[in-house]
Design a protein. Structure first.
Length: 148
């Protein structure tokens, strides 16, 4: 596997990881889960720097990916993948739990949060203090939710 050849090179692993992460964020509907399966395979088989890269930022984008899945059946498949990561001891428990929070179905239909983003993508005021990073990322990565 090409990813295994680059697992021990921080820079090469970063490029592969960013390519996959960007594809996950750009994909829609039924195209998301297959890309997630690729990432899952790399994490379980190649490991190396991919684990560190995922650990560093998965909570920043995982909620957006989860909410982009087309239906509950597909979300359940992503949750199943997530649960296998515990069996493989891929991440520290706190990271695994934080990623699991991104897959929480509480308030999944309540995505209408009145937040005003400036053109730089930052949020004015103190409202962000109570909004988890994963939710902020979701809000500001979707241009239709931004007000300029």
């Amino acid at each position: 596997m090409v990813a295994e050849e680059h697992a021990d090179s921080k820079e090469s692993a970063r490029k592969v990881y960013e390519c996959i992460r960007n594809q996950l964020l750009a994909a829609r509907g039924d195209h998301i889960l297959p890309v997630m399966y690729v990432l899952d395979s790399i994490l379980k088989n190649a490991r190396g720097y991919y684990i560190q890269l995922f650990t560093n930022d998965a909570t920043e984008w995982m909620r957006s990916v989860y909410l982009s899945l087309p239906n509950e059946a597909t979300r359940a498949k992503l949750k199943k993948v997530y649960k296998t990561w515990s069996d493989f001891n891929l991440f520290p428990l706190d990271v695994w739990n934080a990623v699991g929070e991104c897959l929480n179905d509480d308030n999944i239909n309540d995505t209408r949060i009145n937040v005003v983003a400036s053109s730089s993508g930052t949020v004015g005021g103190t409202i962000v203090a109570g909004i988890p990073r994963a939710v902020r990322y979701f809000l500001f990565s979707h241009s239709s939710l931004q007000q300029r």
